[in-house]
Design a protein around this ligand. Structure first.
Ligand code: IMP
Ligand code: MG
Length: 176
């Protein structure tokens, strides 16, 4: 089997879009302190890039959730392997996510975090695959909508590989 990656969104396009999202967030959260939640491992690259251009005060916390096995299809079950360190009580919470696919991960997570008493809770995702939606999720900020493709790079992986690619590419697996 040969893995082939075709560039879908170039690095400069991603950075330009992330800057636009940050500008929108800066306007929406003016006068407030933003509490960013980074979902490990996929959203680290995106959330950190976004945080660089946010000008309101920011605090950041990490959480590890898994909904995928090693392959390209969802396992359907969500597990929290590492919880947040900080309380969400009274905070303006923004979840940074790499991709919303079926929506199961974020709908589960948003409901769970909502119970911890944040002042507000919103979702910001780099990519959205609306064609694959199975659970309803309210996404406040979206970088790019993409077709039903399996993508890697900028944090997204295939069997833990390719997270480090500076661009988003479509992964094709070919028989050799
Ligand atoms: P959901 O629960 O189906 O929305 O899945 C969300 C998670 O699945 C994301 O946070 C990713 O980790 C993973 N995922 C979904 N689509 C892709 C993809 O195209 N490439 C890599 N990971 C993906
Ligand atoms: Mg993920």
């Amino acid at each position: 089997m040969k893995e082939e990656i075709n560039v879908l969104i170039k690095e400069d396009e991603i950075v330009a879009r992330v800057k636009e999202l940050a500008e929108q967030i800066n306007r929406d959260y003016e006068g407030k302190t933003l509490h960013l939640i980074c979902i490990l491992k996929g959203s680290v690259f995106f959330t950190c890039e976004l945080a660089k251009y946010i000008t309101v005060p920011v605090t950041i916390d990490f959480m590890s959730v898994s909904s995928y096995g090693n392959g390209m299809t969802s396992s359907g079950s969500i597990t929290i392997s590492q919880d947040l360190v900080m309380s969400l009580e009274n905070r303006e919470v923004l979840i940074g996510e790499d991709i919303v696919d079926s929506g199961r991960t974020l709908s589960y997570l948003a409901h769970m975090l909502e119970k911890r008493g944040p002042k507000s809770l919103r979702i910001c995702t780099l990519l959205d695959k609306p064609a694959c939606r199975a659970s309803e999720v309210d996404v406040a900020y979206t970088g790019f909508e993409i077709d039903d493709l399996f993508v890697v790079g900028f944090g997204l992986d295939y069997a833990q590989k390719y997270r480090n690619l500076p661009y988003i590419g479509e992964l094709k697996i070919k028989e050799d």
